[in-house]
Design a protein around this ligand. Structure first.
Ligand SMILES: *[C@@H]1O[C@H](CO)[C@@H](O)[C@H](O)[C@H]1NC(C)=O
Ligand SMILES: [Ca+2]
Length: 323
């Protein structure tokens, strides 16, 4: 074993250490944040956080709480400016807590933000849904379903209540005969009926897994000659229609659905930065696929569009996060 081999071994070990932060690195991140907060160095804080992975960021928040006896999310909320508050919050809380808080704000705000509710509840898998339901109750001491019932009405309320039963089968298993039966059922409840039996749509679209829903779409087209979306457009209106369309779009291609949402928010969205955070921070693992779908659909580069539509520290931080 010559010296060059030892050198190489030392190099591997050192590299392993630097790319894999230890507890102490995360502790010093927490200390850095503690000192950066009062001087308003949100850029430095965002920089630290966007170089850490999800689990590491949660550990930083944990270390912060152990050492200073305060919740990092609350300290950020009281020290960071409006522009960065939301992004930093999203970076230091567990994803279910983030979604639960977004839902709470959407419900409790002046007027209800139905688009936020749809974007979250109509795209989650069943296990994600349960995690959000639990996080909501833990954070706000209310049941999500009760708050939703209290704040929505009509068809939209019925759709959300059906989804919040959280009975979607997450197995991914498919059954062609069942798909054909569901497709026929949907046809009879919608286009092939005067009026609409909405409950059939809520039951089927609210409980079948995404693979099975794709199969149902195929079977539906086969028997009716239309896309399922066409029936939804004809039979529903308002937010119930938007919600059902979001479920079908998610089942067909989740990254493409988010690419479309991102494109819409940058061209016409009102709360652009918030939506960018809401889609990109929790979905960072599928960001590459979202970017591919984005350029496929719009012939544009997502990062270029984000940098053209955002500015300042927010722009640097969100781009660094999805780098
Ligand atoms: C903010 O933090 C960064 C470290 O990421 C540092 O380079 C910068 O000098 C700090 N800015 C201020 C104003 O202290
Ligand atoms: Ca009808």
């Amino acid at each position: 074993m010559g010296p060059s081999w030892l050198f190489y071994l030392a190099y591997i070990i050192a590299d392993g250490l630097s790319s894999e932060p230890q507890q102490n690195d995360l502790k010093s991140d927490a200390e850095f944040i503690k000192h950066a907060l009062p001087i308003g160095n949100t850029s430095g804080i965002a920089d630290i956080l966007s170089h850490r992975l999800y689990d590491q960021r949660l550990e930083i928040a944990h270390q912060f709480q152990l050492k200073y006896g305060k919740f990092l999310k609350e300290e950020l909320a009281s020290h960071a400016g409006d522009e960065m508050k939301h992004l930093l919050f999203a970076l230091v809380v567990p994803t279910p807590v983030f979604y639960a808080t977004e839902l709470h704000n959407a419900i409790m705000g002046i007027g209800t933000n139905e688009n936020v509710i749809i974007e979250i509840l109509c795209t989650l898998t069943n296990s994600e849904m349960w995690a959000v339901i639990d996080a909501y109750e833990a954070e706000f001491q209310h049941k999500l379903i009760d708050d939703i019932k209290g704040d929505t009405s009509g068809d939209f309320k019925h759709l959300l209540v059906a989804i919040l039963q959280a009975n979607r089968d997450d197995s991914g298993a498919t059954n062609k005969a069942q798909a054909a039966a569901d497709a026929l059922h949907l046809h009879k409840a919608g286009l092939d009926k005067i009026g609409t039996d909405e409950k059939v749509f809520y039951d089927i679209l609210g409980t079948r897994n995404h693979n099975q829903l794709k199969l149902i779409c195929d079977e539906y087209k086969h028997l009716s000659g239309h896309d399922l979306e066409y029936a939804i457009e004809k039979e529903f209106s308002g937010h119930a229609k938007d919600g059902l369309l979001a479920i079908v779009a998610t089942a067909r291609n989740l990254p493409a659905y988010f690419a479309e949402q991102l494109h819409h928010c940058m061209t016409a969205g009102e709360r652009k930065n918030e939506q960018l955070v809401r889609i990109l921070v929790p979905r960072v693992k599928v960001v590459d696929t979202i970017m591919q779908e984005y350029s496929k659909a719009y012939g544009r580069d997502l990062k270029t569009d984000i940098s053209e539509h955002t500015k300042g520290v927010f722009k640097e931080s969100i781009l660094r996060h999805i780098h």
